[in-house]
Design a binder for this molecule. Structure first.
Ligand SMILES: [Zn+2]
Length: 360
């Protein structure tokens, strides 16, 4: 690999992961997750959120739309929160597990700051932590950050709700905290959904390294946009029947929030080659690396992707639902009945990333 090629590769990889699932994918993950809450032991939470699932789904799209049109500092801080390029964390001989992947920011720092050989593909080239974290991504820590914020808010709601005399002022405080709690649930959905797409877990986020450039947007947006309106319903029925979280949990035995997220990431990453193979089998007409490869029009082949996408979206929805249920239980099950779905701000402030050294 000559220097010019390495340079091109780095520039190309640095501009990674422009989008995740298109709006339809995020919308489906969120709404299906709401309807799965009773499967995860939280029927009251499901009842409280069903009337506001449209707002939750809107919130779940904001990190890809509104937050990407903010100032350059927000855009730069937001971008690496949507993916984790597992290869850059260094794979142990025995393979990755939910316990040997970085559990803390110190572990993560150590993993990505190891010395890189000049042409080592599975090492995040870059002179400092700032550059390397941006290349590697850290969606798993973003999910946990938002979960902790939600759990703290939930605990505050529960503390207020247990007071004896609920004044008008206290009730309006509970309502305002409930709105914020629900908004965080919507934002969490975005990142768990992203990680359900195998391309968000790998350095080869766009198929460029295997000559299948352009697969990212083709699969997650153009193909998904061809699916019929019944897609979300099909995803729901698949998830109820298959119980993907139960299977993931049995395989990986996660013991913490970050391990739950890693279990989801590892399962997703395993399907990367299957997605590349699907592309080669049904879509790819002519290979290309840095430019998008030539493919068949999505409307001609979308049915071939249906089962794969349904399982990926369904798995993300089921993981999300269990994740929400876990946060809710840890918070003491706040009563969300004071939330009003018609209080509907069109956007949400960017939540600053708080876990990186020198966080913005
Ligand atoms: Zn995203």
């Amino acid at each position: 690999m000559n220097t010019c090629y390495v340079g091109l590769l780095i520039v190309s990889l640095a501009s990674t992961n422009l989008f995740a699932w298109g709006e339809r994918g995020h919308d489906a993950v969120t709404r299906v997750a709401v309807h799965l809450l009773s499967e995860h032991g939280e029927p009251d939470m499901e009842r409280a959120l069903i009337g506001t699932e449209h707002k939750l789904a809107h919130l779940s799209n904001l990190p890809d739309i509104d937050w990407r049109s903010r100032d350059s500092a927000v855009i730069a801080a937001n971008r690496p929160t949507h993916y984790i390029d597992l290869e850059y964390l260094g794979e142990p001989k025995s393979g990755w597990t939910v316990t040997n992947l970085p559990q803390t920011m110190e572990d993560y720092h150590r993993a990505i700051m190891r010395p890189c050989l000049p042409r080592e593909k599975s090492c995040p080239q870059g002179s400092d932590f700032e550059e390397r974290q941006s290349r590697t991504g850290h969606a798993q820590f973003r999910v946990v950050q938002l979960a902790k914020l939600a759990e703290d808010l939930g605990k505050k709601i529960v503390a207020l709700q247990t007071r004896k005399n609920l004044t008008k002022q206290l009730n309006s405080q509970i309502k305002s905290l409930s709105d914020k709690y629900i908004a965080l649930l919507g934002l969490i959905s975005h990142f768990i959904a992203d990680l359900g797409n195998p391309l968000h877990t790998s350095v080869d986020y766009d198929g460029k390294l295997v000559g299948q450039g352009g697969l990212h947007a083709y699969f997650e947006t153009r193909i998904v946009n061809e699916f019929p309106l019944s897609f979300a319903g099909d995803v729901y029925h698949w998830a109820v029947k298959t119980k993907p979280y139960q299977q993931i949990s049995r395989t990986h035995q996660p013991k913490s929030l970050i391990q739950m997220v890693y279990a989801h990431i590892l399962e997703s990453h395993l399907l990367l080659d299957e997605l590349f193979a699907l592309d080669r089998k049904v879509s790819l007409k002519k290979k290309s690396g840095f430019l998008p490869a030539e493919r068949r029009r999505p409307e001609l082949v979308y049915q071939e992707y249906y089962a794969f996408a349904k399982a990926r979206v369904g798995t993300a929805a089921d993981v999300l639902s269990r994740f929400w249920a876990t946060i809710h239980r840890r918070a003491g099950r706040p009563d969300l009945s004071r939330h009003r779905s018609y209080d509907y701000p069109i956007t949400h402030e960017f939540v600053p990333v708080d876990y990186l050294p020198h966080a913005n």
